[in-house]
Ligand binder design. Structure first.
Ligand SMILES: C[S@@+](CC[C@H](N)C(=O)[O-])C[C@H]1O[C@@H](n2cnc3c(N)ncnc32)[C@H](O)[C@@H]1O
Ligand code: SF4
Length: 464
């Protein structure tokens, strides 16, 4: 990252490209999923997925409970309900595991297990244990499988950490968000149960291979100075991975976010200062930037995959092409991210439990991809993760001509002339390469390959 004048130039560029657009955790984005789906469709796609690539398996478990809701939260979660609801929820999840796994070939190995939410570590450990033991009975885990949980420091304890390790977890993502107590207070976030430094020491002592820290910038009361203090404190802990989420303010979707407006939110310019100075500080401390807001130690497999152009992304975040598989999802909200289709479960906890009890499955939305959409998905993924796109390679992979591929994505050089003029990408010989600065606005570049974008672009949050 540059300094002085070059940094100012980058700032101007980022402001210029601060436009609404999808995050492309999937293509097509989740708002394209439709209700025209059925249990029969889902079952047949599950069976077909056994023979598709990638052949390894990723499993996602969603726990939609939080004892206290943060006003900034964009995730799908409910305030912790009665214990009986948690019990019914996990009972439904165990049924769902039986029903989905019955259709999956057991020759394939599980390379990734991810628990997210909500706050999975806010439920009694016995629920997690029961699921993990069941999985081990059904599936074969790859020896280097990544088994991770998103944890809130407000509900964690040494005992819980040791128990997670005992059932195979090897990575914890700790949602620190901000070290500043006043910021946590105005966003209604429960404070850590004990100091983050001690929590991380306990995680390492228990033998976890990886610790991630999540931070978020753009919240009320945050300034560039206060945010940098938070980053410095996080860096002292040397997490393997650090994520600095840009706060997505979408009160038309998440009404609780309106409560933050009375404190005043940092302007896009202020957020940009936070982004850029945070980025410099983190990369100067020896971290490799993975996209705009993910960072990994140079020795971490994500950093290695980035340099080898083997990064991948799914709804759970960045991963390597080796670890990621087709994603089978369990629990409310979760999205099955398969070779041929996406299927999403009911978002409401009660609806999820009802559907599982009545039909055995809970998917209410889906999207089956045409061959053309699969090609666009590959293009967008390669650009977003690895900053490259080689039409000739892609043509071979999809058994199509370069011209046919270009027609599919409505390719026109004029669409990205502005990026080339701003030195954000190069295009030559049917090959696109995004520059280091270009990776900061890679979402905008990816958008030019999305033929269906124009109609509803304003519903998305902005890049910064
Ligand atoms: C499911 S939460 C993490 C686990 C746990 N519930 C916690 O809060 O620590 C996943 C991450 O999403 C991020 N996040 C939540 N709401 C967001 C928003 N509106 N904009 C950007 N990031 C957000 C937070 O940084 C959070 O760590
Ligand atoms: S940020 Fe985490 S703890 Fe806060 S409401 Fe969202 S999921 Fe729950």
């Amino acid at each position: 990252m540059q300094t002085g004048n070059a940094n100012n130039m980058l700032k101007e560029l980022l402001l210029k490209y601060n436009r609404p657009g999808p995050r492309y955790t999937s293509y097509p984005p989740a708002n394209f999923f439709t209700e025209k789906t059925s249990v029969e469709n889902f079952k047949s796609v599950l069976i077909k997925s056994n023979k598709e690539k990638p052949e390894n398996i990723s499993l996602y478990f969603h726990v939609p409970f939080c004892p206290q809701l943060c006003h900034f939260c964009g995730c799908n979660t409910d305030e912790m309900l009665k214990m009986s609801v948690v019990e019914l929820y996990f009972k439904a999840m165990l049924t769902e595991i039986d029903n989905i796994s019955a259709l999956l070939s057991k020759d394939r190995k599980v390379t990734q297990i991810h628990w997210g939410g909500g706050t999975p570590n806010s439920v009694a450990f016995k629920f997690i244990e029961e699921v993990m033991l069941k999985l081990k009975n059904i599936f074969t885990l790859a020896p280097n499988a990544e088994i991770a949980m998103e944890c809130s420091p407000a509900y964690i304890s040494k005992d819980y950490i040791n128990k997670l390790r005992s059932v195979g977890f090897n990575r914890i993502s700790l949602g620190v968000q901000d070290f500043n107590e006043k910021v946590l207070e105005v966003v209604n976030r429960a404070a850590p149960r004990y100091p983050i430094e001690e929590i991380i020491a306990d995680i390492r002592e228990a033998g976890f291979e990886g610790v991630n820290i999540d931070l978020i910038y753009g919240l009320p009361l945050q300034t560039e100075e206060s945010y940098l203090k938070t980053i410095e404190r996080a860096l002292k802990l040397r997490p393997d991975r650090l994520v600095t989420f840009s706060y997505a303010h979408v009160p038309w979707v998440k009404s609780a976010q309106k409560k933050l407006e009375k404190y005043g939110l940092p302007s896009p310019e202020e957020k940009l200062e936070m982004l850029l100075s945070g980025y410099s500080k983190i990369t100067e401390a020896g971290y490799e930037a993975i996209g705009m807001d993910h960072f990994a130690l140079m020795s971490d497999e994500l950093a290695i995959a980035k340099n080898e152009k083997l990064l991948h992304r799914n709804f759970q975040g960045y991963c390597t092409k080796e670890t990621t598989g087709q994603v089978y999802s369990f629990g409310s909200t979760g999205i099955n991210q398969l070779h041929d289709a996406y299927f999403q479960s009911a978002k409401s906890t009660s609806e999820y439990i009802r559907l599982i009890n009545e039909t055995g499955f809970a998917n209410i939305k889906g999207y089956e991809l045409s061959i053309e959409e699969k090609a666009i998905r590959r293009m967008i993924n390669e650009i977003m993760c690895n900053g490259i796109l080689d039409f000739k390679d892609l043509a071979l992979e999809f058994n199509l001509s370069v011209e046919a591929l270009k027609k599919i994505c409505k390719f026109e050089e004029s669409k990205f002339a502005e990026f080339i003029a701003d030195n954000l990408m190069h295009y030559e010989n049917n090959k696109l390469n995004v520059t280091e600065n270009g990776m900061m606005v890679v979402r905008n570049i990816a958008m030019t390959f999305d033929p269906n974008l124009a109609e509803n672009v304003n519903m998305y949050s902005k890049t910064i």
